[in-house]
Ligand binder design. Structure first.
Ligand code: IVH
Length: 673
């Protein structure tokens, strides 16, 4: 078999497994087997660049971060839905539909679908290939998030025998409950505030400028609508047929939809899912009811905001009354002091709640939440419980209002609140609580990856005073560890070996593990690649830091502030002395002549002789900037085959010149000479 044939075979096989997993929920292979296929394909593509294809499953992450999103216009406005909160509202909707269609008492056929709590997305396929993904925006204009949408594995890059022309498919991008929980665990370990609900988190992820990061979020998608079929002949006459069509094209369609004859069947569906929804892997906040007959929808039309042929039934948020025993304050890694409620354990929406976030002190005062009395609790977005307010605010006898403690509950140093922030902080850099969260983060898998150094061991090490600074980790002894709870000889030796191994970690892991504000995994990698060593980052000025691609002023400032603190510099010195790797390889091309300095390019479409990343790297090596969106400052738009309409339109509107691939090549070669 030739490499080309094997590549084709692997691409088809990987796509088949993606479809089995996301569209049919019937995987045939394990994750490991799937990863092995992917690795083989990646290796072959690397060895044979001539086999490049933009819709290869390896090319979901299209290289580098964008600089912003283009605005794109929707072919048809993306409307929202009118809401129904109870059976009466649903019956009123049905009556309007029957009246509008002259149906008398006989109810029409509806399709009831679960309402996915995510963000709406419009995918454009041209000749079956994904060419654009756009957010809803204001309904008329959204943002071009194609690079991010491509990273969502439930979104096929190519449709199975898809329609020949241009077709827009709409649906919802969402964050599965598990992925959301994992993200919040990471937030917690990093001492950062928790994400409130999967919808906002998914929306935030989709608007991130770094597709590689978006890919790691674990977003998924359900699609439910075909719009503007263009040169397609009339689609299926029923919505149910359209959903089957979408599935046949290989798109993920949420499988629990049902055809309902008349509104009673719809009401029964809503009732059925009120509880059952808690068992789903994603959040749903209601049911969308749609008229099945597509032609009849046209007859009903839309108001300026909503279609008259559909409505959204919203499940009531589940509320309970529980005793609020105490309000405690948690100190995060950055010293942020966040109050939380300790409640009598109570079952709400399928799970037992004994703690709830309280956001910030102002919020507690505003809602008049007082410890020692009954409060109403609710699960917002059905994930994070919150305290709504007192159960009986007018009670004759109430406990005293709560006041934010003036001192850190752990180290007793005064808490401070900057004027323009709602967050109080413990500023004592050796506060044991901060150290504890900081060490949890330092040892975590994403950072120094010290297996065995989890919450329990970290708690004991910081409480006993064995670790007073991150550097003390490297002076621990097996004998010292053996004295601790759940630490036998064997586990102690294992942890010691893990600690030792971490000395040889790549520099970025250390940088990330230090817990410098705003420095996430990606930021740490970029800094390490650019500067090579911790010493060089420490020596860099704010301006030098900011000149690094992807490093903005906030991050540059945070890095500078961190290294300006003498105690932090001392920490680095101690870590270096303990044998940690603080110098790596610089992964930046040595600067050659920069004939294109000051020039800025945008690339759109597919280039035949090189990948877009290669083109970008070659332009950048000559001093040019390559950005994600066309502006007045763009020197030229480089246009490959199947270019993005929005970029070419914007270039022509702004009078920005364009360059085809031949032009690009001559630019590159003439600039090199
Ligand atoms: S149909 C014109 N179906 O809910 C009708 N929407 O509150 C277009 N949503 O903007 C929407 N699940 O983002 C439809 N199964 C579903 C849905 C759904 C979630 C979202 C959608 C819409 C919002 C309206």
């Amino acid at each position: 078999m030739t490499a080309a044939q094997r590549v084709q075979q692997l691409r088809a096989e990987i796509r088949r497994h993606e479809e089995l997993y996301y569209t049919h929920a019937a995987p045939e292979v394990s994750d490991t087997e799937f990863d092995a296929l992917m690795q083989e394909l990646k290796a072959l593509e690397a060895a044979h660049p001539e086999l490049h294809a933009d819709d290869s499953p390896t090319r979901r992450v299209g290289g580098r971060a964008a600089e912003g999103f283009d605005t794109v216009e929707h072919v048809q406005p993306m409307l929202s839905l009118d809401n129904a909160y109870n059976d009466d509202d649903l019956r009123a909707f049905d009556e309007r539909v029957r009246k509008g269609l002259d149906l008398g008492e006989v109810g029409p056929s509806y399709v009831a679908e679960l309402k996915i709590d995510g963000l709406s997305i419009a995918l454009t396929y041209e000749s079956g290939r994904l060419v654009r993904g756009a957010t809803r925006g204001d309904g008329t204009r959204g943002e071009d998030v194609t690079a991010n949408v491509r990273t969502v594995r439930a979104v096929p890059l190519a449709l199975n025998g898809g329609p020949p022309g241009r077709v827009e498919i709409r649906g919802e991008i969402y964050l599965p409950k598990q992925a959301f929980a994992r993200m919040n665990q990471e937030q917690e370990a990093a001492g950062e505030p928790l994400f409130a609900n999967p919808r906002n988190t998914a929306a935030g992820a989709m608007r991130n400028l770094d597709p590689a990061l978006v890919a790691r979020r674990g977003l998924s998608a359900w699609m439910y609508q075909v719009v503007a079929p263009g040169d397609l002949t009339a689609g299926p006459p029923l919505h149910a047929g359209m959903l089957r069509q979408l599935k046949a094209w290989g798109l993920a369609v949420e499988p629990h939809w049902r055809e309902c004859d008349g509104i009673d069947a719809v009401i029964a569906f809503c009732e059925e899912w009120r509880e059952k929804r808690h068992d789903l892997a994603f959040e749903t906040d209601g049911v969308v009811i749609k008229l099945n007959d597509v032609a009849a929808r046209e007859r009903l039309g839309t108001t300026s905001k909503f279609p008259r042929w559909a409505t959204a039934f919203k499940f009531p948020a589940e509320r309970k009354i529980a005793m609020l025993h105490r309000i405690e304050v948690n100190i995060g890694r950055t010293g942020a002091a966040t109050p939380f409620a300790m409640l009598e354990p109570t079952v709400v929406a399928g799970s037992t709640i004994s703690m709830a976030t309280l956001h910030n002190p102002d919020d507690i005062i505003r809602k008049d939440i007082r410890p020692g009395e009954l409060v109403i609790i609710e699960k917002a977005g059905d994930v994070i419980p919150r305290v709504v307010g007192p159960a009986d605010p007018d009670a004759a006898q109430r406990p005293a209002p709560w006041v934010m403690p003036a001192a850190c509950p752990v180290c007793q140093s005064p808490l401070h609140k900057p004027e323009d922030e709602a967050v109080w902080r413990c500023e004592n850099s050796s506060c044991p609580a901060k150290l504890r969260r900081g060490l949890e983060h330092f040892a975590s898998r994403g950072a120094m990856n010290i297996e065995g150094m989890g919450e329990s061991l970290v708690g004991q090490l910081t409480e006993s005073g064995a670790v007073k600074s991150l550097a003390d980790v490297y002076h621990l002894t097996a004998e010292g560890l053996e004295g601790l709870e759940r630490m036998g000889k064997k586990s102690a030796a294992k942890v010691m070996a893990e600690i030792d191994k971490s000395r040889r970690n790549e520099v970025w892991r250390l940088l990330y593990g230090l817990g410098i504000r705003h420095v996430g995994e990606r930021g740490a990698q970029v800094l390490a690649d650019h500067f090579g060593s911790v010493a060089d980052i420490q020596a860099a000025t704010r301006e030098e830091l900011q000149q690094v691609r992807e490093i903005g002023p906030v991050l540059a400032e945070a890095v500078r502030t961190w290294f300006d603190e003498p105690r932090n510099r001392e920490l680095i010195e101690r870590l270096r002395a303990a044998g940690l790797t603080v110098t790596g390889e610089r992964k930046v091309a040595p600067a050659g002549p920069q004939p294109l300095a000051g020039k800025s390019f945008v690339i759109t479409g597919t280039l035949s002789g090189m990948s877009r990343e290669d083109a970008q790297a070659r332009l950048e090596a000559l001093g040019a900037k390559v950005t994600g969106s066309v502006s007045k400052k763009t020197t030229a738009l480089i246009v490959g085959t199947e270019p993005g309409a929005s970029k070419t339109e914007k270039a022509s509107a702004l009078g920005v010149s364009t360059l085809d691939e031949a032009g690009l090549l001559s630019l590159l070669t003439s600039s090199v000479c």
